[in-house]
Ligand binder design. Sequence first.
Ligand SMILES: Nc1nc2c(c(=O)[nH]1)N[C@H]1C(S)=C(S)[C@@H](COP(=O)(O)O)O[C@H]1N2
Ligand SMILES: [Mo]
Length: 370
Amino acid sequence: MTARPVSPGPGATVWAPEPVTADPYNAQTPAAALSEPVTPANALFVRDHFGIPQTTSRRWRLRLGGAAAAPFDIGHDELAAMEHRELDVVLECAGNGRALMKPRPPGLPWDQRAVGCARFAGVPFRSLAARARIDPAAVEIVFTGADSGTVHGQPTAFERSLPLAVALHPDTLLATRMNGEPLAPEHGAPVRLIVPGRYAVADVKWLVEAWAVTEPFTGVFQAEEYVYIASEGIPEGPVTTVRVKSLITEPEPDTALGRGREVRVRGRAWSGGGVPVRRVEVRAAYEGDEGPGTGAGPAEDDWHDAVLEPPAGPYGWTGWSYRWLPPHPGPYRLLSRATDEHGDTQPPRAPWNAHGYGCNPVASVDVVVV
Ligand SMILES: Nc1nc2c(c(=O)[nH]1)N[C@H]1C(S)=C(S)[C@@H](COP(=O)(O)O)O[C@H]1N2
Ligand SMILES: [Mo]
């Protein structure tokens, strides 16, 4: 089922993310909103492990400390007055696409819409870190959210760490605004961390503490959850850089297309680590007599280059389009495959892992030509 925007009046579109679970609240971006270059705040997917904590800008304080010579805390007004940077950033849950993995790993059954691209304005964390005079022996910064719950019978806050060099990167932001507005409560108000190019689990919402540590952090969300575990059950480290990926936004699945009438296939592509998308290819595989996946029908069956729009900065996504003339009636599978500047390409099948992270196979939409 595709959620449709409802237009209450000129210029205003009210979106609603599609709920996946009610408590804690988890919801995915409606398909129609993925056509927007910047995902509206009220359409962007939400991933919460616990409840949404009630914090106000007036009461909020961020404490910087741990292995630091000059720990201090800062209020919202002071932070908001500091110099901000604005970046378009793709937010993608590491579990995005899990529902498509076979066998399906445990976890929230996201299909491919735990993703969006928003414009974040924030203060580089390094501007504050300098003031705290972090100990030269520090190896990581642990970021703590105001939300907490019970994990393994223990009261547990949402906490994630970053290697010092990543935390101090000029693009790692303490974001106060998204899409030109103060952050919405479900997206981390009043201040969240934004680590462009990494899976969004790094982007700690409702941020209240940042503390330097001299040993690698081993919290639940660092060492147990959000780690790649291959079939042998051996952890291969935390999820980090977003893998290259594309999605098809048009046509919608199961659309009936007129034979001989040109179709515009559109979508978005992105990669992690600030690496731009170099190429997107599209293929129209005939799924008729020869059986699904063979693409052996009478249709053109090669990969063709899509036209790329200018990317929305190093961490944003790239719109793409491809003109396709459906040659014969019958069922088709439209496929898209992105390649980034490092030469990384979407694989034909998702690399399976026990928690279902980093799922980035070639995107597909089934249509029928009549
Ligand atoms: N404090 C806190 N921060 C958090 C989470 C959380 O549950 N608590 N979830 C993380 C995960 S797994 C994701 S994918 C992103 C989702 O951000 P969004 O809800 O704004 O889309 O927030 C991250 N930051
Ligand atoms: Mo996530």
